[in-house]
Design a protein around this ligand. Sequence first.
Ligand code: GLU
Length: 432
Amino acid sequence: MSNEKATSLFDDAISRLDDAAAHAKIEAEALLRLRRPKAFMEVSIPVRMDDGTLRVFTGYRSRHDDSRGPAKGGIRFHPNVSPEEVKALAFWMTCKCACVGIPYGGGKGGVTVNPKELSRLELERLSRGYIRQVADFIGPDTDVPAPDVYTNATVMGWMMDEYSKIHRQRTPAVITGKPIALGGSLGRDDATGRGAYYCIKELEKLRDWKPSEMRVAVQGFGNAGQHVARLLHADGYKIVAVSDSRGGIYSAEGFDIPSLIKMKRDSRRLEAVYCHETICETVDAQKITNEELLELDVDLLLPAALENQITTDNVANIKAPVIVELANGPTTSDADEVLAKRGTLVVPDILANAGGVTVSYFEWVQNKAGYYWTVEEIHRKLRPIMVSAFHAIYEVMENKKIDMRTAAYVVALERIGEAIAAQGTAEFFVKT
Ligand code: GLU
């Protein structure tokens, strides 16, 4: 039994508003608007399976807020997708886009499904079916989806194609994270991991870290986890533990990350290997669980899997002095309080994983302009956005003597509040 207060993921997410609002310049009425999604849609998606039977899946899309621009955020295919989860994820997207200053609101979508059980054709029918049901809810200037957990460029390509067919107009800007051949952006694939890496490099300078002395544990070896591990490993960081949904591996000497990535891509398995060209050899490692990985004595912990991983159940055993959140919502608000009191530095999700949506923004700009940038240009534009957001938030944290997550929300809320107030309609009354 968890000791966590019995709140839904959405309520827990929204509870951060109150902590931050106490330190931020934002009207109470603006805050009130952020407590609920602006719009929420639930759809049924009938899919003809390969064996001829019909299955009906449930899908959702939440538009949390669009005061600063079109709603933006991924679509998740996962067995645990629920309305509350989608609403929480959309709320985080609103705050994330404001936090790094890109002109979007927040949205999120999902389908309750285990995509690993579907054939490729079934997955394509489901992806296209989802778009048929939400085609009037999304759009390049209203709500722009992207990949999230267990969706990828291929799925985004099918979705963009379906939307374009429905509207009888090629519309690449309706969705980001597409294959390059369909208007995707260079540098979108590793953008989430790279954004977090840029934050870590700033911490490295601030805290005088020597990469070779830094022991890192990465929970989740999907898109974000693989890329951040690869970039840190290339700089000499010791990646001593990694895990996927089936469990993890630990080695005090650290792993050769390119070998692990190769193995995971070729066989979908996470194994302790060292590869030279096509020859791979198993190396010594200890098998650990995901729970054990979080509690390792490391210098840097990178949760890059799902929400609710660090809770009041395990927070007392978390030893890493620095946590950089690549997943959305890996730490519950109760656990967060404990970490803040203990002085653990948590670089929060709405900053640390914002590299993905930032390059999505670049993709959307390129689609609208019909003019495409080099990967060097993408990196050159991403880094200053991450670095300046990191320092702006770090400064608020130090000046106001609050934790870094609250500081990130302060920065985000002030920007969102300003946009809501500037709309200045009768629906919103600003005291003068
Ligand atoms: N799903 C990613 C996130 O949670 C990316 C969203 C996007 O690119 O719109 O940030």
